[in-house]
Design a protein around this ligand. Sequence first.
Ligand code: NAP
Length: 228
Amino acid sequence: MPTYLIIGASRGIGAATATHLEKRGAEILSVSRSPSAAGTWIEADIGTVDGVNQVVQTVGDRTLDGLLFLGGIWEKGAFTAEYNFLESPVSETLAVIAVNLTAPILLAQALAQNLARSDNARIVLMGSTSGLPNAASPEVANTAAKFGLQGAAEALNLSLRHLGIATTVINPDNVATPEVEEDIAIGRFGNQVPIPLSDVTNTIDYVLEIGASSVPSSISLGQKRPAT
Ligand SMILES: NC(=O)c1ccc[n+]([C@@H]2O[C@H](COP(=O)([O-])OP(=O)(O)OC[C@H]3O[C@@H](n4cnc5c(N)ncnc54)[C@H](OP(=O)(O)O)[C@@H]3O)[C@@H](O)[C@H]2O)c1
């Protein structure tokens, strides 16, 4: 039975993935500030170094087959006309970078030895189409963090190769989480068909199950029917 550490498992993509992988028989350790949807909950704020250390200490010397970094935060009013970079407080910029970029790097480093004991160790980072060249969205810290994940994934594939650990960044367009569904329903987002959560979990299954000699280093998942 594989063991996966899932960051951001209380809502959205992380919750759907934790529930999905648990149903498939995996052991799940799930991290969030509010109670997780599945697995054994580790209550921690990964936006702080103490919170990251708390996760690492709780994992202890367990073997991990995957570190799935599926959580994240973004700026107030993000992805709507309400977002205003010039009014974004310093605290917001620091928090978005800490959670979306610093935390996955610190966790990958601190948990590398746990992953190295797996036959097919995987790190999965949830990026976004905002992190792809010429597809930025105006939210500066979030977009910078997503671009950063792309670089982190490439560098981790070099730095952790000798331990047999492969890293993949998945860059989806809008996903049908309850929050996105609501934003579309009330007209905050344009009319569109978001990516079903099952397509995201299928993509994660593909990454986790591909043979130990291959690394899909970056996967972009676009919407067939984006906002019109
Ligand atoms: N939904 C989309 O359409 C979409 C599209 C492209 C990319 N993404 C990316 O996918 C990721 C997840 O998005 P989502 O829509 O699933 O978001 P979500 O529904 O808001 O869930 C975010 C998760 O991250 C956790 N989290 C946030 N800050 C945390 C902290 N400081 N410490 C511990 N856990 C924390 C939350 O848990 P707590 O609040 O309980 O701590 C929650 O479980 C994000 O990186 C996002 O950029 C999403």
